[in-house]
Design a protein around this ligand. Structure first.
Ligand code: ADP
Ligand code: ASP
Ligand code: MG
Length: 628
């Protein structure tokens, strides 16, 4: 008989009737002979209500008191759930995070789990009880009992961490949708259910705005090989399986904090094409990458920085033997762009860099840990290596550098991040990028698995940053020291002289709630670090596509940009990693952008032949809307 962890989200336990319905499912599982640990969230929108109350009293509530307050929501749910299960004749007991012994860092409101005691849990399970555990919470140590919470949406993380610690056979996340869909069904009603998704893809989707799973939960599942399924609380349909590679053996100590970086990767076969001063209007990226795709050239990184005046810079990398063809394409369309560019801002210009290398640090442990990217930049800076392009995803930071600096970069990065296994050479014809050596892609892997929209980000622009090693390190260290996580980081390609110093702009995105603080911190340091103004744009949306199948398939970026161009949507920033492409657009275009991209990749309805279409019944739709 199996040990199963079942997690029920806020909507699933949002009323007495729903708690009773969940209790039925739990009791049925237990009666079938399984040991069951239930993890529950606070009822409905309780946590939102508590946050609002706190803000009515203080604009900057004390974080410890916030945890004291927010942890009460889950305590209500566990008691009621336990009673409901007992009413069905099934022995059950509720436990808070502290009673279980879920030990976390002392970081209030965003603590990571360090370890989980399993003795008490296992004793109750052995005695035939269902144990109902409060999600989202822990304590700082088994002696001082300071209550912590894991960050919003953290009950998923509690559930998967418990499953890892108990070596459960299965972790089921029950929620208000039938599983993981190609995108958020609230925004795109014809989004389709997937039978499976890889943990790498889900990590990206979760961190790009798909809140159906907390990214840290996916990280733990991936690191500890937890069998993870997302399914509906209202039906018996199987839902979506999140598939992880076979994990390396890991200790349960420092559960969420060990192994920040798993590997250092490099690719010495990169060349860069940059187009400077292309017009800032819809359709330009589509045109450029459409032509590149026609030549069947595979593009790796693509970066478009913030615009100044009426023009943008777009840079991308290809393999060195594709460079001539890529350069020719860019040069051929440059004159056409020239005629339409604002004459005052000069002409579009093509620049190439033949011998580049890409070095990356990879590891799910860097999620939400802003200091890791900063440490990478500092390590390269200390070795005197200039970073030409930066590309970030939740689980990887890649820097394009001069090819001749590659060996030294690898050495210093392996040292800095304690990576003992050999660096992984990535090449376009060899191991698929974004996959480790022991992962292969099934032949029918769709190029794009899903799409996501994030409207909770803001864009920061830092103007006139001196172009010398160490600047990115200093800037992102400053933000990291204030625990501000940065998402897209883009340096402009264009170098400008200010008072005789070569400088570039750097743009990045941060969570909207951090935007003011980030701006203030950066502006305060402007004099000392020698850069100019720091501006914020809050009215942005980030639309992204994710899929391991996009690796080595030309034309994916072009198709995304064309879909946006057809809707006359202007792209403000572009950033890619191996398995994702993200575009920043204006906030008002966000929903339309997501819909257009979702359709363009055939993710809606009948277009998908690898996945069975799902139907959301009327009752389910009602459940949707009342929790929206
Ligand atoms: P719970 O309270 O059960 O934890 P959440 O509200 O945190 O539920 O997450 C479920 C919600 O995630 C869904 O109602 C849906 O609107 C949203 N969502 C966003 N992207 C996706 C996606 N790709 N697939 C499924 N749901 C998604
Ligand atoms: N109740 C918490 C929240 O609303 C945790 C969770 O639901 O996952 O963020
Ligand atoms: Mg959730």
């Amino acid at each position: 008989m199996a040990l199963i962890v079942q997690k029920y989200g806020g909507t699933s336990v949002g009323s007495v009737e729903r708690i009773q319905a969940v209790a039925q499912r739990v009791a049925k599982t237990a009666k079938a002979g399984h040991s069951v640990v239930v993890v529950v969230s606070a009822m409905g929108k309780t946590t939102d209500g508590l946050v609002k109350l706190a803000h009515e009293i203080s604009s900057t509530p004390n974080r410890r008191e916030m945890d004291m307050l927010l942890s009460t929501g889950e305590q209500v749910s566990i008691a009621l759930m336990s009673m409901a299960i007992q009413e069905l004749g099934q022995p059950a007991i509720s436990m808070t995070g502290a009673q279980v012994g879920i030990v976390t860092e002392a970081e209030h409101t965003r603590a990571r789990i360090l370890s989980i005691e399993t003795d008490r849990l296992e004793r109750h399970l052995k005695d035939g009880r269902v144990v109902v555990v409060a999600g989202f919470q822990g304590i700082t140590s088994l002696t001082d009992f300071e209550i912590t919470t894991l960050g919003r949406g953290g009950s998923d993380t509690s559930a998967v961490a418990l499953a890892a610690a108990l070596r459960a056979d299965l972790c089921e996340i029950y929620t208000d949708v039938p599983g993981i869909l190609t995108t958020d069904p609230r925004i795109v009603p014809d989004a389709q259910l997937m039978a499976e998704i890889t943990s790498d893809e889900m990590l990206e989707l979760a961190s790009l705005g798909a809140k159906v799973l907390h990214p840290r939960a996916v990280e733990i599942a991936r690191n500890y090989g937890v069998t993870l399924v997302v399914r509906s609380s209202w039906t018996d349909e199987p839902g979506t399986k999140v598939v992880s590679p076979i994990p390396q053996p890991r200790s349960m100590n420092g559960l969420e904090i060990s192994h920040t970086v798993d590997a250092v990767e490099f690719d010495t076969d990169q060349a860069k094409v940059a187009m400077l001063r292309v017009p800032d209007r819809p359709g330009i990226a589509a045109r450029l990458f459409g032509e590149i795709a026609l030549q069947n050239l595979d593009v790796d990184l693509i970066i478009q920085s913030i615009h100044e005046g009426n023009t943008n810079d777009i840079a991308f990398t290809v393999t060195q033997n594709s460079l001539n063809r890529a350069e020719a394409v860019a040069a051929a369309i440059a004159p056409a762009l020239r005629t339409t560019a604002d004459p005052a801002s000069g002409e579009a210009e093509v620049m190439v860099e033949r011998q580049m290398a890409k070095v990356s640090i990879a590891g799910a442990g860097m999620i939400g840990r802003p200091g890791v990217a900063a440490q990478m930049f500092a390590t390269l800076a200390d070795a005197g290596i200039n970073i030409q392009m930066i590309s970030t995803s939740e689980v990887k930071v890649s820097c394009a550098i001069d090819a001749e600096d590659c060996d030294q970069a690898i050495r210093t990065l392996c040292d800095a991040f304690d990576v003992i296994c050999s660096p992984v050479k990535i090449c376009n014809s060899g191991i698929a990028q974004g996959l480790n050596a022991n992962q292969t892609l099934p032949a029918n892997t769709p190029p794009v698995r899903g799409a996501a929209l994030d409207i909770k980000q803001a864009q920061l622009a830092i103007r006139y940053v001196p172009d010398r090693p160490g600047m990115a390190a200093k800037i992102f260290r400053l933000l990291a020291d204030h625990t501000i996580s940065v998402d897209m980081i883009i340096q402009s390609q264009r170098c400008r002289l200010l008072h005789g110093v070569a400088s570039r702009d750097i743009a990045c995105t941060v969570a909207q709630i951090d935007a003011d603080e980030a701006q203030a911190i950066l502006q305060r340091a402007a004099m000392e670090l020698g850069y100019g103004e720091v501006t914020v744009d809050r009215a942005i949306a980030k639309v992204s596509i994710v899929g391991t199948g996009m690796v080595r398939r030309p034309g994916i970026a072009a198709r995304m940009f064309e879909a946006l161009a057809k809707q006359q949507i202007n792209i403000q920033m572009i950033a890619t990693s191996e398995i994702k492409i993200s575009c920043v657009v204006s906030e008002e275009d966000g929903v339309r952008a997501l819909q257009a991209v979702h359709t363009a990749f055939g993710l809606s309805g009948r277009d998908r032949n690898d996945q069975a279409p799902i139907e959301i019944s009327k009752t389910q739709s009602r459940v949707h809307s009342d929790s929206a």
